[in-house]
Design a protein around this ligand. Structure first.
Ligand code: GDP
Ligand code: ZN
Length: 469
């Protein structure tokens, strides 16, 4: 496809961007080629021979595709053809998920399909700099078949077991006894599958919210250089905050599509606002108050409130592990203890270009503290991909395996899966405690019902609704 649309067809996001997460967002096409452009972007779920023909004032369900035919989002398309539209020209609305990323990607697809941006003042680069494309992909939760197949399979296995158990209740004498070992292992298997699905929700959350990574360490070990090299290697969006001309305090990179915000202490000294914004960055306090802070232990818990999901402790290979490093790390450990929330830590040994061999004995007492050691040279960027790998491993960020079709569960699916999971757990203990079989069926029914609730939510392929003129 592509091209061909007259200059008179415009595309615009007509719901607001950047506000709270709205349920639905709308991209509106208007102009003589609105239907043609929509036809290139929209693929109806309903089985119909292409090309898609818009029916005025009918809502149709399907997906929006990018230029390469990849699915961007599930959408409802509402054509309002001239003269029955408010502007008296052809209008087609694409209603997609309300988050910014979905909206922007659908808009971009419309632009690639030949529309032009409604307001030239609109900042096209905003579309392109979408933080993480994977987040939008995961908004497709459930529609790509894998998930609904899983739910269906789980449900039919529940019903199978239910049938077997009920048969024993009704015709106890005529049937061989249930193989309990087999039964329990089947339930276990199902529970694991539900758990895997539940895990995708956590991954999904990560895709949305990203990870906060704090880079801490003594002054001059190379924290800022590391952050700069890292963000450059990722062609990241680097936030330059007023008052910090030389150093960057916050940068975004992404690993496996997960947005990572790197926090460094550089420049924080200059501006109070940044202190507010970034909160308790440990190394800031450290460099501000230095050892006095470490000794008197004031504000311990504040340091723990750091809020980072992961801490990168940076040392210099030139200096080796120093007394101050010990103090700093001990302080972090105390804070972690008092806050009760363990934050995983990775040790970065920087400046390996100057002193490549640093003995692990120097920080042996903290051996268990650091999940990984990585050697870097922040000047050349050497070791940064290893650092990324370490973060992935430490945080268990391996993407949910997929053959090009990752799915993640949404909140409602999550709740029903949890209900399923709990039913399986009760069922197992009912079996173990040798409760009567009637109890077993209650739990199995509960699981099957929860699973049915999930499938019942699927929008059917026939979802075509007349909305009136
Ligand atoms: P920070 O105070 O921890 O943020 O340290 P900086 O990033 O400001 O670096 C302090 C000094 O060390 C600067 O002169 C850097 O150029 C230098 N530096 C940082 N990383 C390396 C490295 O890997 N190798 C070498 N040779 N110098 C580095
Ligand atoms: Zn610095």
């Amino acid at each position: 496809g592509g091209g061909g649309a007259g200059p008179g067809t415009i595309a615009a996001i007509v719901t607001s961007l950047g506000g709270g997460p709205a349920a639905v967002g709308i991209v509106r096409l208007s102009g003589p080629d609105a239907a043609a452009v929509a036809g290139r972007v929209f693929r109806p779920a309903r089985r119909a021979a292409p090309p898609w023909r818009p029916r005025s004032h009918f809502v149709e369900y399907g997906v929006a595709l990018d230029r390469d035919g990849g699915v961007i989002d599930e959408v409802l398309v509402v054509p309002m053809l001239a003269p029955r539209s408010y502007t008296r020209e052809d209008v087609v609305e694409l209603q997609c998920h309300g988050n910014d990323l979905c909206l922007r990607r659908v808009l971009r697809a419309c632009l690639e399909a030949g529309a032009r941006l409604a307001d030239p003042a609109e900042n096209v680069s905003r579309l392109i700099s979408a933080k993480s494309a994977a987040a939008a992909d995961s908004a497709l939760a459930g529609i790509q078949g894998g998930f609904s197949a899983l739910v269906k399979s789980l449900r039919s296995r529940c019903i199978e077991l239910l049938t077997e158990i009920e048969a024993r209740l009704d015709f106890e004498d005529e049937l061989p006894p249930l193989d309990l070992t087999m039964l329990v292992s089947k339930i276990n298997g199902m529970r694991q599958e539900v758990q895997d699905a539940l895990d995708t929700a956590n991954y999904d959350k990560l895709l949305q919210s990203g990870l906060q990574v704090a880079i801490i360490g003594r002054p001059n070990v190379g924290k800022s250089s590391l952050l700069n090299a890292w963000s450059k290697s990722e062609r990241a969006i680097v936030t330059e905050i007023a008052g910090t001309t030389r150093d960057v305090v916050e940068a975004n990179v992404s690993i496996h599509g997960i947005p990572i915000t790197l926090l460094d202490t550089a420049g924080i000294r200059e501006t109070d606002d940044i202190v507010e914004k970034i909160g308790e960055i440990l190394s800031w306090k450290y460099s501000m108050l230095h050892s006095a802070y470490l000794y008197n232990g004031v504000e311990r818990s504040e340091a723990a409130a750091l809020g980072a999901d992961l801490i990168i402790m940076t040392i210099s290979a030139v200096d080796g592990w120093t007394e101050d490093d010990t103090k700093l790390i001990e302080h972090v450990l105390i804070s972690k203890k008092s806050s009760g929330a363990p934050v995983p830590m990775v040790l970065v040994i920087n400046k390996v270009d100057c002193a490549p061999f640093i003995s692990g004995e120097q920080f042996e007492q903290f051996h268990g503290v650091f999940k990984k050691h990585v050697q870097t040279c922040a000047v050349t960027g050497k070791g940064i991909s290893e650092l990324e790998k370490a973060i992935i491993e430490v945080r268990g960020l391996e993407p949910v395996p997929s053959e090009g079709r990752r799915w993640t569960v949404n909140q409602r699916q999550f709740e029903q899966l949890l209900r399923t999971q709990q039913a399986f757990t009760r069922l197992e203990s009912s079996i173990n405690e040798q409760l009567p079989m009637d109890f077993w069926t209650i739990d199995l029914r509960e699981a099957a019902l929860a699973l049915a609730t999930i499938s019942g939510e699927d929008i059917s392929e026939e979802a075509v609704t007349y909305i009136g003129a």
